[in-house]
Design a binder for this molecule. Structure first.
Ligand code: SF4
Length: 148
């Protein structure tokens, strides 16, 4: 009897997932944003994907962290320097709230100076703007998900 129940349940779940996918009126970006809102994972455009490729050129040389010791210490653990921004904080969009707390400790002017010496040509200023935009987008996705 339990086997029949399990087979029925599996069959029912299969039918549900089969028809839910085909009968859904939502598709593309709308469906993606709805599905990943709870994960705080916004969609990216083709231009943003190209930008992320360009922004991933860090070779971990550490040059950008030179002179950042005071800002790092003053941040009490929120800011680990531009190398962390290039290599870690900017890599996972659901964690961008932490990245925003980090980049609050370094100015765009300072990052512009660092960009000029960066051998990996990492566009740090634009990267911080991207992080702010996507964190805001993730926040809005979360709000609309809880409102529905
Ligand atoms: S200077 Fe550029 S390449 Fe070197 S660690 Fe910093 S971001 Fe990476």
């Amino acid at each position: 009897m339990r086997l029949i129940g399990a087979i029925f349940l599996l069959g029912w779940s299969l039918l549900q997932s089969f028809f839910a996918h085909r009968l859904s009126t939502k598709a593309g970006i709308v469906a993606f944003r709805e599905k990943f809102a709870a994960d705080r994972l916004p969609n990216v455009t083709k231009e943003e994907r190209d930008f992320l490729t360009q922004a991933s050129g860090c070779i971990a040389c550490g040059l950008c962290n030179v002179g950042e010791g005071v800002a790092i210490a003053r941040s009490k653990g929120e800011y680990a320097g531009p190398m962390d921004l290039a290599l870690a904080s900017s890599r996972n969009m659901p964690d961008y709230d932490a990245a925003i707390a980090s980049i609050a400790h370094v100015s765009e002017d300072r990052l512009r100076i660092i960009e000029a010496i960066c051998p990996g040509r990492v566009p740090l200023v634009e990267l911080t703007r991207f992080i702010r935009r996507k964190a805001e987008d993730a926040r809005k996705m979360g709000e609309s998900a809880t409102a529905t």
